[in-house]
Design a protein around this ligand. Structure first.
Ligand SMILES: C[S@@+](CC[C@H](N)C(=O)[O-])C[C@H]1O[C@@H](n2cnc3c(N)ncnc32)[C@H](O)[C@@H]1O
Length: 309
């Protein structure tokens, strides 16, 4: 399938990175290289760009888009390994890091990846197909309590309890193998009157995807490291697509700006925790009306920016 992907908040992110032509930049979620190719166009002969993605299809399509360029290194890895990736390239600090989180439209539209309830396919949902855990394993092996927890927490699904119960009942009869089998189970778990707000499977699929790829843990584990890797004046730009991700980013940036844990009545700081920099975006940047109309995937996007001291 031809790769067609509209990069979300493209101008706002490029402006947010405040690119220096001879700086070193990291795109931790290269995908189809939409953001990366614009970053590259702003770099001079001495600038460098490191592109990371854990998905082999993204590595292929992104590499095609970027073409051959000595200033660029493309690495298949999880962005949580950023320190190791940079160390292997002999880089100790950088001027900007971008994360454009979540699944690309390419991954969604590729039926066999199992990310979408729109196609009948095996339940997979792994971004990195070298990992063993799939959505099928989660659906067939997690306890009812664990299924409830992830569908409720990661999907913010009102009917999580009923969906978890129906999954467990269904799999007692036969293993659940495909997206369409799962769709039927979810549909039967939600009262007909309540199925008005979009596809009934939407929230459960989001939950399974987040669990399968450990999306929130990976994000939480990586943000401090990324801020530590920035040079003074360097920028961290993060685009999120749902409130769980946005909360993690907002909190990590706020804590990095004001980490002091001393009680307010203390005249001087004794905890010794020093600020790493400042939050550039008091409120997150959201897409324009025009972008939301042209690209429905952008409608929940939020960009937050942090600048290192
Ligand atoms: C929304 S797409 C990025 C699109 C890209 N900014 C563009 O403009 O073409 C997200 C990409 O991030 C990758 N990804 C998500 N989480 C990742 C992680 N923890 N480590 C590495 N890559 C990740 C996905 O495989 C996907 O290709």
């Amino acid at each position: 399938m031809e790769f067609e992907h509209k990069s979300v908040l493209l101008d706002e992110t490029i402006e947010g990175l405040d690119i220096k032509p001879d700086g070193i930049y990291v795109d931790g979620t290269m995908g189809g290289a939409g953001h990366s190719s614009v970053i590259l166009s702003k770099l001079g002969a001495n600038g460098r760009l490191v592109c990371i993605d854990q998905d082999e299809d993204a590595i292929r399509t992104g590499t095609q888009r970027i073409g051959s360029d000595d200033r660029v290194k493309i690495v298949r890895s999880n962005y949580c390994n950023i320190s190791q990736v940079l160390e292997n390239l002999g880089i100790s600090s950088v001027d900007g890091i971008l994360l454009d989180l979540g699944v690309s439209s390419y991954q969604f539209d590729e039926a066999e990846r199992g990310f979408s309830y729109r196609f009948d396919s095996p339940l997979d949902m792994r971004m990195d197909r070298r990992q063993t855990l799939t959505a099928k394993d989660i659906v067939n092996n997690y306890s009812e309590k664990e299924l409830f927890r992830i569908i409720k927490t990661y999907g913010e699904e009102q009917f999580a309890q009923n969906i978890a119960k129906h999954i467990v009942l269904a799999r007692q009869k036969d293993e659940i193998n495909t997206t369409f089998e799962l769709n039927e189970i979810i549909k039967a778990s939600i009262p007909a009157k309540k199925r008005m707000n979009g596809h009934p499977s939407k929230k459960t699929y989001q939950a399974l995807r987040i669990e399968c790829n450990r999306e929130l843990e990976v994000l939480k584990e990586s943000l401090d490291t990324m801020m530590d890797l920035l040079n003074p004046g360097g920028r961290l730009c993060i685009i999120t697509f749902h409130s769980l991700e946005d909360r993690i980013v907002k909190l990590a940036m706020k804590n990095a700006e004001s980490p002091c844990t001393c009680p307010p009545e203390f005249p001087v700081c004794v905890c010794g925790k020093k600020s790493k920099g400042k939050v550039v975006t008091r409120k997150p940047i959201i897409p324009t009306q025009e972008e939301m109309l042209n690209n429905s995937r952008s409608s929940s996007a939020k960009l937050r920016i942090f600048e290192k001291i």
